[in-house]
Design a protein around this ligand. Structure first.
Ligand code: IP8
Length: 260
């Protein structure tokens, strides 16, 4: 069975979220070095859009289509821009990465995938290359277009590859925190279907915690793919070595989301 690791570089880690169109080149470079240094080459990488795609997305709307066609054109261009920066850095650091544009690889209806060309991912992997996908605007049968996050694309690729007989070792989500924090700002080391309801209540429903709905969504999606045996690790990309340790299965300070 072919083993594979999936890595998502969060938009908040690779860009300065407060400054439109500002990439954190030194962070991207360090993360690329950590990936390279791990020696693992059987990988799919996704990245977020951060202050690139999200700047135009906020201006034009985007989850359910756009106010006008410039929304599609500009978000698509901005998403490609940060991808270009990530690709340059990965390749400079010696990773044979190939960019695969989600807009040309997937179609949805009401935000749910109806068609994909993920066979291309397998082909790229078979040729010893590293496929890279990213948060993008893609075509939607009902809404014309939709914003599709890099993370959701990666999860879908994980499900596809599992069905095709790959052993998806794990998904590593590189964010800005040491995983999910409790109300005392301590990392919750494990979330599974048994403890999730309790955690969700005190973290997200009492509104006292400094955590966003985005994190809840992330955890729920991770729990869904945990059902088919793919574990997700949420780790801190601002701390050196966390990514390489997570890739190599060494101990990291983060949250693991798994079935049990
Ligand atoms: O940053 C959003 O993707 P994400 C994509 O992975 C755009 O959530 C273009 C805003």
């Amino acid at each position: 069975m072919k083993n594979i690791t999936l890595i998502k570089l969060g938009g908040s880690v690779i860009t300065d979220k407060d400054t439109p169109y500002k990439a954190k080149i030194s962070v991207i470079r360090r993360l690329a070095k950590e990936i390279k240094g791990s020696g693992i080459t059987s990988l799919v990488i996704a990245h977020g859009s951060g202050s690139f795609g999200h700047t135009s997305a906020v201006k034009y709307g985007g989850k359910k289509g756009y106010k006008n066609k410039w929304g599609i054109a500009k978000v698509a261009r901005d998403a490609m821009e940060i991808n270009r920066i990530v690709m340059d850095t990965l390749i400079d650091e010696g990773l044979p990465a190939v960019s695969l544009r989600p807009m040309s690889m997937m179609m949805t209806s009401k935000g749910r995938i109806k068609k994909n060309l993920f066979e291309i991912i397998e082909e790229v992997l078979n040729q010893g290359l590293i496929p890279v996908v990213y948060g993008d605007v893609i075509w939607d049968k009902a809404w014309k277009s939709t914003i599709y996050s890099g993370e959701t694309t990666l999860n879908e690729i994980g499900i596809y590859l599992s069905k095709k007989g790959y052993k998806v070792n794990k998904i590593i989500q590189v964010g800005q925190t040491d995983g999910v924090y409790d109300l005392q700002k301590e990392t919750i080391p494990l979330i599974n279907k048994k403890n999730w309801d309790k955690i969700k209540k005190y973290l997200f429903e009492n509104k006292r915690a400094d955590v966003t709905g985005g994190m809840q969504h992330k955890i729920e999606n991770a729990l869904k793919i945990a059902k088919i045996g793919i574990n997700t690790f949420l780790i801190n990309g601002n701390k050196a070595k966390e990514l390489s340790n997570a890739i190599l299965g060494k101990s990291v300070k983060g949250t693991i989301i798994r079935k049990n």
